[in-house]
Write a protein that binds this ligand. Structure first.
Ligand SMILES: C[S@@+](CC[C@H](N)C(=O)[O-])C[C@H]1O[C@@H](n2cnc3c(N)ncnc32)[C@H](O)[C@@H]1O
Length: 260
């Protein structure tokens, strides 16, 4: 994980891929569903470059206090820089650290966000216990993640290129599957609900797919020869597609609520 987020450039490649091919607005969809108000104390774990807060600000959703927290100093400093404009509306704090060990008191937040990050965490039950610990009674955790149905042809191509060490589905969904999240969350949270977001990307450029896979190759630990084989595997995937590869982009928003 650490080298993938040593700078934001790999993450930016995937964000730009989504921007180019999406027909629906994922962050807008999510922002509509996040009930952030000016009295809320919010912790954003694995905040990355802080993209959701740009969109929430368009919806005039500013929390009273926002704590940005990420393991990668580079990602965190980018979000802190990008979100400076929020200082007029919210008290902002940023801290580098691991989701498995939150440096906050019990019951200190109304809301915890963990957006597209839990699959990177080694000890997920420990992180979930931490999310629950720092939330106040009846507090809410919002988790997002891709499903195992996300962009299957791309990950099938990765499997062809990188061989048996790879998995055939989105590696994020392999590490944390929203379809089975209830098992992980129920020991701490009273209710766990899931809502799916589905879009279809019609991808026209083989180079975009090669770059997308290049942005996350560390997941598969491939050899140099395997990396060099990626363009020909992508070309093979594009054969029989009449030049356009259709990819279902599917992710889930999970809302978990603490008891009294
Ligand atoms: C895919 S990005 C998601 C960023 C942001 N939440 C979003 O949805 O745009 C994953 C982020 O999680 C961070 N991360 C990974 N493992 C972490 C951990 N164990 N504790 C805290 N942050 C972590 C990475 O540094 C990265 O910024």
């Amino acid at each position: 994980m650490t080298s993938q987020y040593a700078t934001s450039s790999n993450f930016d490649i995937r964000v730009n891929f989504a921007k180019k091919y999406s027909t629906k607005n994922w962050l807008g969809w999510l922002a509509e569903r996040l009930p952030i108000t000016s009295s809320d104390k919010v912790l954003d774990v694995g905040c990355g470059t802080g993209n959701i807060w740009l969109v929430l600000s368009h919806h005039e959703k500013y929390p009273g206090t926002l704590t940005l927290y990420d393991k990668s100093p580079a990602m965190l400093s980018k979000s802190t820089e990008v979100l400076k404009f929020m200082q007029a509306k919210s008290a902002l704090t940023s801290l580098v650290g691991d989701a498995e060990d939150l440096p906050f008191e019990d019951n200190s937040f109304d809301t915890v966000l963990a957006l597209h990050m839990l699959y990177h965490v080694k000890d997920q039950p420990k992180a979930v216990a931490e999310f629950a610990r720092v939330l106040r009674p009846n507090g809410k955790l919002y988790l997002t993640s891709n499903t195992t149905r996300n962009m299957k042809p791309i990950f099938e191509t990765a499997y062809q290129a990188f061989g048996q060490s790879g998995v055939r589905v989105d590696p994020g969904a392999h590490a944390f599957d929203p379809d089975t999240a209830k098992t992980l969350l129920s020991p701490h949270f009273q209710t766990v609900d899931k809502e799916l977001f589905v879009d279809v990307y019609r991808v026209s450029s083989q180079e975009d797919v090669v770059n997308f896979l290049g942005s996350m190759t560390e997941v598969w630990s491939p050899t140099d020869t395997q990396i060099r084989s990626v363009p020909s595997h992508v070309s093979q995937t594009f054969k029989n597609t009449n030049g356009t590869l259709e990819l279902d982009h599917e992710c889930a928003m999970i809302t978990a609520t603490l008891g009294d």
